[in-house]
Write a protein that binds this ligand. Sequence first.
Ligand code: ZN
Ligand code: ZN
Length: 286
Amino acid sequence: MDKEMSYGKDYKFIPATSLSSGVGLDVLSDLYFHTIQIVNIVLIGKPNSDHFVLVDAGMPLSADEIISTIEKRFGANKKPQAILLTHGHFDHVGAIIELLETWGDIPVYAHELEIPFLTGKMNYPDPDPTVEGGMVSKMSAYFPNEAINLGNKVEVLPADGSVPFLPEFHWIHTPGHTPGHVSFFRERDRALIAGDAFITVKQEYLAKVIMQEQEISGPPRYLTPDWNAAWESVKKLEALKPIVAVTGHGLPMKGDLLSESLARLASEFDKIAIPEHGKYVDGNLH
Ligand SMILES: [Zn+2]
Ligand SMILES: [Zn+2]
């Protein structure tokens, strides 16, 4: 199994961090998020139980931190029942090979259209460091974009929208940031795990990332090639009227702040999210 799995050739540690790095928080009694440098992982399941899943797999070289976060919350030597991937960008699969080597036989699920990027068949487009924004946009030239290869470890999410091991959740296809990007939603308490479909920090600006200044934002600009699809995805998520959202970057957002911010993002996505220039918008829109 190990031989089949490999990171892309441009895989590397990225020296970027934030004040929330290493910090975790109960968003709901069974929903926990933890920030690895500049990206969030989510744990769904009651503390100390055997029934929980991990959503996304952190930054490169963060496996030890993810494992200790899990053991602190669920108990020594515990492992999740599955890893669910919102998408396959390097900062969401950064530690997945070490995690799978540690945990052995747990399944990984992703959307069908994301599988080529997770099985070494297709690389993501190059990041666009020319897109407007700050230092993180400029740094993005160094971000890995080559496909990881998880071989036969990655499976397609069930076509009926159900989520393995999470009977109350369903997945929603939210493409734009990547072709097979998904979000996860639970009707009962309107809890949303949005991935990078929208985020709550202006990820392009290093100072805002470091401070984790809360501000609704579209997907990270330097890595989003399809802005029309990304807008449709935000509208789809807004229509669910989530009450709490954990996003791939930034602090969780709740209540009126979430509903008002998300409504504004859905109606003014062209102003708030879509960059005015950049290689994925120039000559591409209209
Ligand atoms: Zn991403
Ligand atoms: Zn991300």
